[in-house]
Design a protein around this ligand. Structure first.
Ligand code: PEP
Ligand code: MN
Length: 352
C-alpha cells in the first residue's frame, strides 16, 4: 500500500506516520517530494484496522494500492540511474563492468588459473558456480561449500570480488559469508521465498531474467528485493526462450534497453548463456554494450573442451583477452554518401 501525505503535512506528521507503520511491524519507504508518499509492503495483510489506523492519522490524505506496478524498481520521470556498489565495484556508474570466470568451480587449479588470466585481461569481478542449477539430476551439481572456499581464495589472490549463485533459502547465509554478490539464477527468478530471504541479506543481488519472463515480471521480481529492504540490485539479461534452436537462447537487446528505460537499476548482459556458442560471445557482448549494458558476465575456462558445465559457450583464456581488446576498439564509422561528405565538409570546415 502507499500512504499519500497531504501537501500541507508537516515533518512531524510524516515522522509520526512512519512511527505508526513501524509499530505495525511494517517497513516504511519514504519518498519526499512536493507531496510525500510512503510505500509500505504488506500493509493491510493484517486486516482492515491497519489501514484505518493510518487513514485516521493527521497529515494523511489517502492510503491506497500503488498506481505503478513496481514503484521502487521503476524509474520516475527525471530520475537518474542508481549506482550499485558491490565489493568495491560500481555498476551503473558509466563504465562497463566485466565479470568473468568459469560456469562451475571445478578445482583450485582451474579456478586460480582462470582468475589470474581474467584479472590480467581487465575483468573487474570473478564468477564461478558452487551450487549449480542443472537441467538433469545426473549432471555435475557443483562442489558446494568447497567451491565457496576456493572462490574466496582466488578472489583474495587476484583482488577480484566474487559473485556466485545461491540456489536455495538454506544456503543464503553461508553464500553471503563467502561471496560479495549473490546471484539469483534464471530458473529462480520467480522463487519468491528465495527473493524474500535475499531482501534481507547483507549483500547485493544479481538478478537474472527468467528464460520465459517478461520484462515486467523481471522488474516485479526486483521489486520483491527492494520492497523487502535490499536496495542493491543488479539486473542481468541472459537470453530468453524463442523458436530459435541454433542458439541456446535469444539475447533480448531491446528488453535490456527497455529495462534500463523503465528502471533506474543497473542492467548487465550475459552473452554466454544468451548464445550458448563461444563464437557468438564477442558479437553479443559488443551489441549489449552498444544497447547500453552497464556490464557483462562472461564464462571463461582454461580448457573449455574439458569443462564440467557449459564448455561450448566458454571462452578460453586467450579468447577472453581478445574479447576485452575488442570491447575497447571503436565501432566502425557509419558511411556518408560522397556528395553529403563534401557539403558537410564545406559547412563544418576543420571539424570533419
Ligand atoms: C550460470 O550463470 O552459470 C547460470 C546457470 O546462469 P542462468 O541462471 O542464466 O542459466
Ligand atoms: Mn553456466
Amino acid at each position: 500500500m502507499i500512504v499519500h501525505m497531504s501537501q500541507s503535512a508537516t515533518s512531524e506528521q510524516i515522522e509520526q506516520v512512519t512511527e505508526r507503520i513501524r509499530a505495525l511491524n511494517r517497513r516504511p519507504h519514504v519518498r519526499r517530494g512536493e507531496r510525500t508518499v510512503i510505500g509500505v509492503p504488506g500493509l493491510g495483510d493484517g486486516g482492515r484496522q491497519e489501514l484505518e489506523a493510518l487513514r485516521a492519522a493527521p497529515g494523511v490524505e489517502s492510503v491506497r494500492p500503488p498506481e505503478h506496478p513496481y514503484p521502487l524498481a521503476g524509474r520516475l520521470p527525471g530520475q537518474g540511474r542508481t549506482v550499485v556498489e558491490a565489493g568495491g565495484v560500481r555498476f551503473g556508474g558509466g563504465e562497463v563492468v566485466v565479470i568473468a570466470g568459469p560456469c562451475s568451480v571445478e578445482s583450485r587449479e582451474q579456478l586460480s588459473e582462470t582468475a589470474r588470466a581474467v584479472a590480467a585481461a581487465g575483468a573487474s569481478m570473478l564468477r564461478g558456480g558452487a551450487y549449480k542449477p542443472r537441467t538433469s539430476p545426473y549432471d555435475f551439481q557443483g562442489l558446494g561449500l568447497e567451491a565457496l572456499g576456493l572462490l574466496r581464495e582466488a578472489g583474495a589472490e587476484t583482488g577480484l570480488p566474487v559473485v556466485t549463485e545461491v540456489l536455495s533459502t538454506e544456503d543464503v547465509e553461508v553464500v553471503a559469508e563467502f561471496a560479495d554478490v549473490l546471484q539469483v539464477g534464471a530458473r529462480n527468478m520467480q522463487n519468491f521465498a528465495l527473493l524474500r530471504r535475499l531482501a534481507s541479506a547483507p549483500r547485493p543481488v544479481l538478478l537474472k531474467r527468467g528464460p520465459s519472463a517478461t520484462v515486467r515480471e523481471w522488474l516485479l521480481a526486483a521489486e520483491y528485493l527492494l520492497s523487502g529492504g535490499n536496495a542493491d540490485v543488479i539486473l542481468c539479461e541472459r537470453g530468453i526462450k524463442t523458436f530459435e534452436t541454433e542458439t541456446r537462447n535469444t539475447l533480448d537487446l531491446a528488453g535490456l534497453a527497455l529495462a534500463r528505460e523503465l528502471s533506474h537499476l543497473p542492467v548487465i548482459a550475459d552473452p554466454s548463456h544468451a548464445t550458448g556458442r563461444r563464437s557468438l560471445v564477442p558479437a553479443a557482448s559488443r551489441a549489449a554494450v552498444a544497447a547500453g549494458a552497464d556490464g557483462l558476465m562472461v564464462e571463461v575456462h582454461p580448457r573449455p573442451e574439458r569443462a564440467l558445465s557449459d564448455g561450448p559457450q566458454s571462452l578460453d583464456l586467450e579468447g577472453f583477452a581478445a574479447l576485452m581488446r575488442g570491447l575497447r576498439a571503436p565501432l566502425p564509422p557509419v558511411a556518408r554518401r560522397a556528395e553529403l561528405k563534401e557539403s558537410y565538409q564545406e559547412e563544418a570546415g576543420e571539424l570533419v
